[in-house]
Design a protein around this ligand. Structure first.
Ligand code: SF4
Length: 374
């Protein structure tokens, strides 16, 4: 089983907190789609297991693509890979791009999951961070989504944002919970080095929230979502029964995936590779049948460290046997000794072969990882 990730690096404008690779040269979209189609052909042998269970269009703003452009990519994927009949096919959408005819087109070409980039519901904050939608547009997008035949709707939120109080955060969340949203991703605001926000914080124009605010808002979101029947299956992700994101799980379970497009990362159990970060170069290279990427092979220690870091963020737990069988005795001894120390402090419980951290310890995932990595 494998996954596909398609990076669509176009946005109308840059949000002030964002450091993802994206540009506003929308006139290049058709050429870019052709380049993606070409890369899919050139790299069809990257995945040993070509059965695809999840396809994810991320960005950037994939909802700036027309259904015709998306279909061109999906057709090529189906030509080169074995897409499971029930594969999860996700498109990240910005609220301003959601309308009923677009959703009908998406549904007709096989998109069955929408990840809506809400982020905040406060008009002043939306404007301050240069988001291109308002609260009214968000509500309209949700209304239209709920009336569509795409059932699997996820909403992205950002918390611990300067200017958003606990009260305002919780009333926004309650408003969203009036809709039948199947999945939430909630991340705290990070001040990314290449973002505009970074310079605003450095100049003193924006004052970063402190750790207490982060913990308090994390707990508020956590309590509210869990009380409404969502399962927290990772530090920042919550889902209703049967709606855990397969794309996310594939990543946390270290399932091989092919990342296609500018700056996209791929992983095949032995190495990671990532494509160049230039839309124009990527398009020009593809016309010559070239894919320009960097690659790094993973050592057993790196693979073990990744396994630990990823598993500590989820409810799935760390398998003793997996560590022993995949990373050798030395690493296993290190893991076992340090894991027992943490267990004695009350951080873990055993369920069969699995070492599980308590859900209340998810916020401590980084601390626990520090004690277990090799
Ligand atoms: S946050 Fe999303 S929409 Fe905003 S600039 Fe970054 S990728 Fe584009």
């Amino acid at each position: 089983m494998s996954g596909l990730y398609l990076h669509i690096p176009f946005c109308n404008e840059k949000c002030h907190y964002c450091d993802f690779y994206s540009g506003n040269q929308l006139y290049l979209m058709d050429d870019y789609v052709d380049a993606i189609v070409s890369e899919l052909s050139l790299r069809e042998d990257y995945l040993v297991d070509k059965e695809i269970s999840t396809i994810y269009f991320g960005g950037g703003t994939p909802s700036l693509m027309s259904s015709v452009q998306l279909l061109k990519i999906l057709d090529k994927i189906k030509e080169r890979f074995a897409v499971k009949s029930d594969a999860e096919i996700t498109l990240e959408c910005n609220p301003e791009n959601v309308n009923s005819s677009y959703l009908r087109e998406l549904e007709s070409i096989g998109v069955n999951r929408i990840s809506l980039g809400v982020q905040f519901l406060d008009d002043k904050i939306l404007e301050r961070f240069n988001r291109k939608h308002s609260k009214v547009l968000i509500m309209n997008a949700l209304y239209v989504l709920m009336s569509s035949r795409i059932e699997n709707i996820s909403v992205d939120l950002i918390y611990s944002v300067p200017g958003i109080s606990d009260e305002s955060l919780i009333s926004s969340l309650k408003l969203l919970l009036d809709y039948d949203i199947k999945h939430f991703s909630a991340y705290s605001l990070t001040i990314a080095k290449n973002s505009k926000l970074y310079w605003k914080v450095r100049s003193g124009e924006v004052v970063e929230n402190d750790e207490n605010s982060f913990i308090s808002q994390y707990c508020l979101i956590n309590n509210e979502l869990i009380s409404k029947g969502y399962k927290q299956y990772e530090v920042s992700n919550y889902a209703k029964e049967d709606f855990v994101s397969r794309h996310n799980l594939a990543y946390w379970n270290q399932i091989p995936y092919l990342g296609v497009g500018v700056s996209a990362h791929s992983y095949n159990l032995y190495s990671r590779q990532w494509n160049i970060k230039s839309i124009k170069k990527y398009i020009n290279n593809s016309k010559k049948g070239i894919i320009d990427f960097d690659i790094e092979s993973l050592t057993d220690v790196e693979k073990y460290n990744e396994y630990i870091i990823l598993k500590l963020r989820t409810y799935q737990g760390i398998s003793n046997n997996y560590v022993l069988n995949n990373f050798g005795e030395n690493i296993y001894r290190h893991f076992h000794k340090n894991m027992l120390k943490l267990k004695n402090k009350g951080h873990f419980e055993f369920i069969g072969d699995l070492v599980i951290s308590k859900m209340s310890d998810l916020l401590l995932a980084d601390y626990l990882a520090k004690n277990l990595v090799y």
